[in-house]
Design a protein around this ligand. Structure first.
Ligand code: ATP
Ligand code: MN
Length: 468
């Protein structure tokens, strides 16, 4: 086969410079469909560079029927040919094939992705092949675009990316149940005299787990570099089989010295708007597909979020609205209890009809490190609530006063010996600071219009499921 440099299909369908029509080109990719007649075969080829396929036109006489036989849905090809203006409808250009090499065939009897639409549930069972569908191609390209946009946003603002550890010996964050990390023999662990497991003999010499959040370490970074962010995997052994929870998910946690809770909210709103705008500006091919296939209001909803100011109110005001609403709730509403998804979605979707930021939560339902208000009852926490998602961001101003933080740690029976390094930051050069955590897959749910979090991460980890 003649050596011609491979062109990504995107570059042929949407050239940025001079038109490539008339050129000898090579494309490589996977067959989506083949149709045709005795004289000519039309092969739709996709290489993932863009949602659209390129049409390959193969003259049956020239190649011979037998040579075209292994070209079935799912097969991988390399094609040399001339890029020409298309005579047919549905595409601007196509490739008149000169040479076709089949890298890998795909038995039509057993290849699970035939051309008809498959349910998202079925595709989860073949997560190793679902990247080859239009839907997951779109989701994965957008996932990349959002990850890139996150780094761009913070880099442009002078934030430094901090790599917080994945294995941790502290479970103080209290954000969720943790996964134990150990090299001890599960059947026969070393025991102490009292019969409990002797973790002194474990790999790290003490009990360790996978992190639920990088925040505490991000704070250490912020109290030296001023503005930092983490972007890494986090793990929660919460046995909640919901469409919005994963056992392994990615979180973005900016942490800023000299920011109060209002600065924190301003950053969160600006950040989310930047990301949604980035999706609109850079992912329109994929968005249009998702809009047509899954969610006819997707693009409109994204535009709405970019254009409108988020509603800000206190938890106490929100409780008042929920009580006055006369809705029938599954979980009763009362001051002091945590808001459930049904309450959050009522505020966002029914009452305000726009994103909402709640602040001033009761001290009893929030984490130990949040800055206490003078009322003695509430903390400077903030949650950003989005349509269809509920909580997308959780954050707070942090308690920077040593005495108050120390008392809170004692009151909650958090082991001081696990927290000495964190407390040290309040002993040496403490500073007001704030931060928040954005769940990356919650963002992905919002920007793609998908409804199940298992469909916005390549290989989801949920209770009873760690395949692939
Ligand atoms: P939720 O109440 O929805 O369980 P949370 O209060 O436990 O959330 P935080 O501990 O504040 O959440 O975590 C910060 C962000 O991480 C959340 O706002 C959300 O976007 C995301 N998040 C939390 N838990 C999960 C999970 N299990 N799977 C995916 N994303 C999550
Ligand atoms: Mn949770």
């Amino acid at each position: 086969m003649e050596q011609i440099k491979r062109s990504p299909i995107k570059d042929l369908l949407m050239p940025t410079g001079e038109s490539p029509v008339g050129r000898q080109v090579n494309v490589k990719g996977w067959v989506r469909t083949k149709r045709g007649n005795k004289n000519v075969a039309f092969i739709a080829l996709n290489d993932g560079s863009i949602i659209h396929n390129i049409q390959i036109v193969a003259d049956v006489q020239r190649f011979g029927e037998d040579a075209l036989k292994p070209i079935t849905t799912g097969a991988c090809l390399s094609v040399n040919g001339t890029l020409v203006k298309s005579q047919g409808q549905g595409q601007q250009v196509e490739i008149q094939a000169n040479e076709i090499l089949v890298y890998g065939s795909a038995d039509p009897e057993t290849y699970p992705l035939q051309k008809k639409g498959h349910s998202l549930e079925f595709l989860r069972e073949i997560a190793h092949l679902r990247p080859r569908t239009n839907t997951f191609g779109a989701v994965l390209r957008m996932r990349h675009a959002m990850a890139f946009a996150i780094h761009k946003y913070f880099n442009d603002k002078g934030f430094y990316n901090i790599h917080s550890p994945i294995i941790t010996a502290s479970d103080a964050e209290g954000a969720g149940a943790m996964f134990r990390v150990t090299t001890l023999d599960a059947k026969n662990p070393p025991l102490k005299e009292d019969g409990s497991v002797n973790f002194a003999e474990d790999f790290f010499g003490k009990p360790t787990s996978l992190t639920v959040s990088g925040q505490l370490e991000a704070e250490l970074g912020a109290l030296a570099l001023s503005n930092v962010y983490t972007f890494g995997p986090t793990f929660r052994a919460e046995n909640s089989n919901t469409p919005r929870h994963l056992a392994e998910f990615w979180m973005i946690e900016p942490e800023m010295a000299f920011y109060d809770i209002n600065d924190d909210m301003d950053l969160a709103e600006d950040f989310l708007k930047f990301l949604v705008r980035y999706a609109l500006d850079n992912c329109m091919n994929d968005l249009q597909f998702l809009n047509n296939m899954y969610d006819k209001e997707l693009i409109e909803r994204l535009q709405f979020v970019v254009d409108n100011k988020f509603e800000r109110l206190t938890y106490t005001e929100a409780i008042g609205i929920l009580i006055e609403s006369n809705q029938i709730w599954e979980f009763p509403v009362s001051w002091g209890s945590d808001l459930q998804a049904e309450h959050e979605r009522y505020l966002v979707e029914q009452h305000f009809k726009k994103p909402v930021i709640l602040t001033g939560y009761p001290i009893g339902i929030k984490a130990f490190y949040m800055k206490q208000n003078d009322d003695g009852k509430t903390v400077r926490a903030m949650d950003v609530l989005f349509p269809r998602i509920g909580e997308i961001i959780g954050g707070s101003q942090r308690e920077e006063e040593y005495d108050i933080l120390y008392k809170r740690i004692k009151d909650l029976n958090i082991p001081e010996e696990e927290m000495w390094w964190y407390l040290d930051t309040r002993r040496f050069g403490s500073a007001p600071h704030s931060g928040f955590g954005l769940g990356f897959e919650r963002l992905m749910l919002f920007v793609t219009g998908m409804t199940n979090i298992r469909d916005v991460i390549p290989f989801p980890r949920t209770p009873q499921n760690a395949e692939f």
